[in-house]
Design a protein around this ligand. Structure first.
Ligand code: ACM
Ligand code: ZN
Length: 504
């Protein structure tokens, strides 16, 4: 095993393959021979999980021939991406690569609400994901800072909130959260048409990537209340709580809107999962709202938190009747998780541990390791980010299966890119690359094959390839010794804090 690991790392491939047996020389004539679903390869992959078999491939490279074996189009696609990457970093070395994924969900989330990037940017990131064998793009399509998907039955969602005053999220916040119209020359924003999203779903599917839409509820939803105030809480004096960040779970208008939106979303996206958010509801307006109080009385609730559970259960049932499953951020664990829901752990790994113990499927995207809007190097040399250090080495060191977790229910891992502090596409790419290389290896490669120094060398070479393809990336050569040394979250290493923060 040790021999394989060392040699696999000599192969310039990210994610590192399961097995690589080198031979003498390099390929000088790329005559590709394809073997579909051979008996022999079926035997080789017989002990793998079905999702692994589907993506498994074997490439045999000799000086004048390249043989590719796989069982499905997806397997051939993964093999093709391996060859594309190997060719990009040098001549293809002779030998045999046998490969399949560790985890089934290998994802990236992009927040399109706080900053809006547009279709071309998303396609470009899908291309990068395909090269890295990632297979899930999760789009955060709405938040208080703007609604980004056109909905026929509620056109004011984009009509009233897709454009705002303030180029950046913080300018918008400083200007007291003002929206404007599409034709305002001082406005900022945009939204996706259904045609664009259908095309994106197809573009991703051709690359064996699933697009999971997120419609956020009941928190982070100020823009919905701005467009349709009937989804907001009502004070006993009859006044609507305008400016509330949460939807009213007491109002039937809330469910009418959410179900109509979800119906249209389900019609566009082919994903078996629909993300319904569920994080950070403030619940501030709920205790005094006449509709929330009525709902609590009817349902026999004693705590306003139970209203969130009510909303999640009702929406889950609706999504299920449409043949899909919900994913929710880990807060959904606090108010009763419906059977079949998937929990996405973001507040560290605790949500994953709890979901696992309770028998739910779960996805790991702990902010400690997988939030790529966090700093990747010392504060003093980086653009303003969120104040924890998630260096390449630190994120690479992430092992999603913590002690006590049930591997059967671990669907996968995901990196999240929240864009409050990331106003441009160049900046977004700078935060993603090379850290997304690390996520890809964590998600695909066997944990026993991971070794940082070899990975760093491969990442350095692949980063040049990415730059050549027009991606803006972090400069690994300028990375501080502290970040490179495996430095962890700064509050755990008090002695480094001054160095980390100096001159910022
Ligand atoms: C989150 O970062 N609020 C899911
Ligand atoms: Zn209410």
């Amino acid at each position: 095993m040790k021999l394989f690991v060392t040699l696999a790392l000599a192969l310039g491939l990210i994610p590192a393959p399961v097995e690589y047996i080198p031979a003498q020389g390099v390929c000088v004539r790329e005559k590709v021979v394809v073997k579909q679903d051979s008996k022999e390869f079926r035997k080789v992959t017989a002990s793998l999980e079905p999702f692994q078999q589907k993506e498994a491939y074997r490439i045999t490279v000799s000086p004048r021939k390249i043989k590719i074996e796989a069982l499905t189009d997806e397997g051939f696609f993964r093999a093709g991406k391996s060859l594309e990457q190997l060719k990009a970093v040098g001549p293809i070395p002779c030998g045999v690569i046998f490969d399949y994924p560790r985890l089934r969900h290998r994802g990236l989330m992009i927040d399109e609400s706080r900053s809006f990037n547009g279709i071309d940017f998303l396609k470009k990131q899908i291309d990068a994901m395909a090269l890295l064998k990632l297979n899930v793009l999760h789009l955060h399509l709405d938040d208080s800072a703007g609604w980004r998907i056109y909905i026929d039955s509620y056109p004011d969602l984009t009509g009233k909130t897709a454009f705002r005053m303030g180029r950046t999220y913080h300018e918008w916040e400083a200007g007291k959260y003002k929206f404007t119209s599409a034709d305002d020359p001082d406005g900022y924003g945009g939204y996706y048409s259904k045609e664009q999203l259908r095309e994106l779903v197809e573009y991703a599917a051709q690359r064996f990537i699933t697009v999971i839409p997120e419609i956020e509820m009941p928190g982070h939803s100020m823009e919905v209340g701005y467009a349709y105030p009937e989804v907001l809480c009502v004070h006993p004096n009859g006044k609507v709580h305008t400016g509330a960040w949460d939807l009213c779970p007491g109002s039937e208008a809330t469910f009418q809107l959410l179900e109509a939106v979800l119906e249209e979303v389900i019609d566009i996206f082919l994903s078996p999962f629909i993300h319904i958010g569920g994080d950070e509801a403030t619940m501030k307006t709920w205790p005094e709202c006449v509709n929330c109080r009525k709902r609590m009385e009817e349902e026999g609730f004693t705590d306003v938190k139970q209203l969130q559970g009510y909303l999640v259960r009702r929406i889950e049932a609706f999504v299920r009747t449409h043949g899909r499953r919900i994913i929710g951020w880990d807060e959904i664990l606090e108010t009763g998780v419906p059977e079949g829901a998937v929990v996405q752990s973001w507040r560290g790994v605790e949500g994953g541990l709890k979901a696992s113990a309770m028998g739910y499927d779960y996805i790991m995207s702990p902010n400690s390791h997988c939030y790529y809007n966090y700093y990747q190097d010392l504060i003093r040399k980086e653009p303003k980010a969120v104040g924890e250090l998630v260096s390449l080495r630190f994120t690479y060191g992430y092992e999603p299966l913590a002690d006590g977790m049930d591997p059967e229910h671990l669907l996968g891992v995901q990196a999240n890119l929240w864009t409050e502090l990331i106003p441009t596409q160049e900046h977004a790419e700078y935060m993603l690359y090379p850290r997304l290389f690390a996520l890809a290896e964590t998600a695909w490669s066997p944990s026993s094959a991971k070794e940082f120094q070899g990975f760093r060398e491969r990442a350095r070479a692949l980063l040049d390839v990415f730059r050549g393809m027009g991606y803006n990336t972090f400069d690994m050569d300028s990375e501080s010794e502290l970040a490179r040394s495996g430095f962890q979250r700064f509050e755990q290493l008090e002695k480094y804090k001054a160095q980390y923060e100096t001159a910022h």
